[in-house]
Design a protein around this ligand. Structure first.
Ligand code: PHE
Length: 360
């Protein structure tokens, strides 16, 4: 009988100590499996005297039932604990607010730069770049604007004085993207076809002027590129950019030192009720300057004007954005007013492309 008490204590303890299903099964087998201690003990019953069997038999059977019940109870506990743990781990508070959408937006000027880059890329123009702090030579001299030329005054230039250096002319904040024409010609030679979007600076401020604004320069140099190619390119660009057939352009004879002949281009628009609309109304808004590249400019860029000719244009990007997206005041572009940015901004993942539409 002492044996049985010992077995009972040992196996009930093993069952109670089992932490998971495998440990519990091992404890069960050690007691009740074919070769388990209790099973072996029961097999010994055959060899006992009838007297002994009479007391040991029921005791062993009772022990077997007790351990079996303990295993079941423990199994239920382990399963409950596992479920509890899983529920805890997979718990979601469905009352939490949804994850907020990213609140940043793409600025209309960035959007328009992407749009026009896509359009000109489709016409075979690569993107060229130049510095915003530019040498006097690239910004003026190389573009056929010598030091005493009146055009220098018209540009309302910001000068970058060099401390302790009064000898050389100061650098300037580039007043237009045209110096990139020179850099592109020097770097790539002819033939070439590039656009150069970027920031430019002039001391000027009213509803349609800010001291920093954006232009995109265009330059195409080839053996027989003509004014007709320029006109087609600009009209085609406007049609694609404004996504309408009815854009009306007006080419006006003009003058730039770096092009000959030169033309300024206006676009038909209306300002009715403080709303800016393109393709209708009786107003014209100047959006670009253009012309055939002056032979002196080609030469400054290292290209032989007897062999090559080309057209150039400079478009005001901010004005394009105002016209396309109906934004009446240019100054609002640069005030960083969050409500304005949310209203006029574009979703961060909307990449403009010709096939999918430029301005979804
Ligand atoms: N650079 C001129 C401007 O800023 C625009 C222009 C560029 C004109 C290229 C002709 C050719 O007004």
């Amino acid at each position: 009988m002492d044996d049985i008490e010992e077995l009972r204590a040992k196996h009930l303890a093993a069952v109670a100590a089992a932490r998971d299903a495998e440990a519990l099964e091992a404890a069960r087998i050690a007691a009740l499996g074919k070769k388990g201690e209790i099973s072996l003990k029961m097999r010994e019953l055959g060899r006992m005297s009838p007297e002994e069997r009479k007391s040991a038999g029921p005791a062993l059977n009772a022990l077997k039932d007790e351990i079996d019940a303990a295993v079941r109870a423990r199994r239920a506990e382990i399963e409950d604990a596992a479920l509890e743990e899983r529920l805890e781990a997979e718990w979601i508070d469905v009352t939490l607010p949804a994850r907020p959408r990213p609140s940043g937006t793409i600025h209309p000027v960035s959007q328009v730069m992407d749009e026009l880059t896509a359009i000109f890329a489709d016409m075979g123009f690569a993107v060229a770049e130049g510095p915003q702090v530019e040498t006097d030579w690239h910004n003026f001299d190389a573009l056929n604007i010598p030091p005493e030329h009146p055009a220098r005054q018209e540009h309302d230039t910001f000068f970058m004085a060099r401390a302790g250096d009064d000898e050389r002319p100061p650098h300037v904040l580039r007043t237009h993207t045209s110096p990139v024409q020179i850099r592109a010609m020097q770097q790539q030679g002819a033939p070439l076809r590039v656009i150069a979007p970027g920031r430019v600076y002039r001391m000027d401020m009213d509803q349609t002027h800010t001291p920093m604004f954006h232009q995109v320069e265009g330059l195409a140099v080839g053996r027989d590129i003509s004014m007709a190619n320029l006109k087609w390119t600009l009209e085609e660009f406007c049609r694609a950019f404004f996504e309408v057939e009815t854009v009306e352009l007006r080419f006006r004879a003009s003058h730039f030192p770096f092009t000959e002949p030169s033309a300024e281009v206006d676009i038909r628009c209306s300002w009715a009720d403080g709303q800016l609309r393109i393709g209708e109304g009786d107003d014209w808004m100047e959006i670009l300057g253009s012309g055939m590249v002056h032979p002196r400019v080609l030469r400054a860029g290292g290209i032989d004007p007897d062999q090559w000719q080309g057209f150039a244009f400079g478009i005001g990007i901010d004005r394009l954005a105002m016209l396309k997206y109906g934004i009446p005041d240019l100054r609002a572009f640069f005030e960083s007013d969050l409500r304005w940015l949310r209203h006029y901004g574009f979703a961060a993942l909307d990449i403009p492309e010709l096939a999918g539409g430029l301005s979804r």
